[in-house]
Design a protein around this ligand. Sequence first.
Ligand code: AMP
Ligand code: GLY
Length: 433
Amino acid sequence: MKVLVVGGGCREHALCWSLHQDPEVEKLYAAPGNAGTALHAENLPIAADDIDSLTRLAQELRPDLTVVGPEAPLCAGITDAFGRHGLAVFGPSSRSARLEGSKVWTKELAQRYGVPTAEARSFDDPREAISFSRGFPFPQVIKADGLASGKGVFIATDFSQAQKAIVSLMEQRLYGAAGQRLLIEAFLEGVELSAFALFDAKQYSVLGVAHDYKRIEDGDRGPNTGGMGAFLPSPFVSPALLRQIEESIFSRLHAACIGERLDYRGVLYAGLMMTREGPFLLEINVRFGDPEAQVLLPSLETPLSEIARATCRDELGSLRLLRHRRSVVGVVIASSGYPENPRLDDRIIVSESKTPASGMQGLLFYGAAKETQGILRTAGGRVFTAVGWGDRLAEARERAYEQVSAVSFPGMHFRKDIASFLAGRPVPEREEG
Ligand code: AMP
Ligand code: GLY
């Protein structure tokens, strides 16, 4: 089969790597792809959110399957556009993608279907928001309704911070139309978790859970990023807790999708807070996480094409999902200045002798890296994800950091505590069994 992967980050390199090993996949394209996807796929220079050009391209190439990495093309309707030409996409329609595109709509949906989530109110008038904020307990969380590349969330510890956030989102339109409406919600305490499930129009199936590291610096300091590292499995999620996540989060969200006739087909990523009262939904993403995909994909034994095809055909009920019993760790290598102002065009050296061939329990996924005239340079914020796996978490971590040491460029930055500390606690090895 022919497969098109849309996107150009480390996650999309991981998708191409996974599909490349899949015996069903004969030809792989990536749009726009990057220097890493080029190792497995033919890169086509079309931006991931240029739906018209992608649709014309797909009409020519006729891929049997399209796998979409980022949220922007999903929210912009790539699945609907391809569907009008009879082309299957592993990823939800634009109506379903509102689960990521509108936090207000999703909060109301979660409340209606009994999904545990922080108490919240929505506002479209800044004066009303400010007056509510004054009387609501602190810390409180202020969230822009729309897409803001993960930056539209503020944790305010006092009223003056809250007021500043409301004014910058709603009046100064820091993130444009994303700030037309906002949510003010209660602050939840606990350990965060990224939980992934496959949804089709009839069934759902849990894919796995991973921990993501959102802050730029060790010890969870500094600004939020798209994610600086990830690992799985979680030693903090017992089988009983996993069942609770399934019952109180995924099964209710799936009921919501059925109830609202969303016909959701793709990966659903639930950002959760594990509180004393159990798992609470923080947000929904309608795609794989980045860097979570880089650890999730090497943990799956069932080929991705089989997973995607079953999802697109509403056949999840008969899919047998097999996983490797291994720990996987991913460490993001970012460019200098990320996340505020990533420096571009730094020359990158990758030591071939230190990068094992795939299958040797370590991989280097390329993200914002471009190659011109044989020279590799930084082209954005998150440049690589170094991944390692093994029977034990300690081995996986060691292999991931070995991969990191294969890379060098001026100002490269990575966290040194991935999979060794989480939310201020040492990460234990998981119990056997
Ligand atoms: P979101 O995009 O809604 O997931 O928010 C981004 C980040 O803000 C999350 O990953 C959490 O770290 C934090 N966050 C969001 N909502 C809450 C909340 N209600 N309580 C505590 N932290 C939150
Ligand atoms: N790692 C968080 C995300 O992909 O949104």
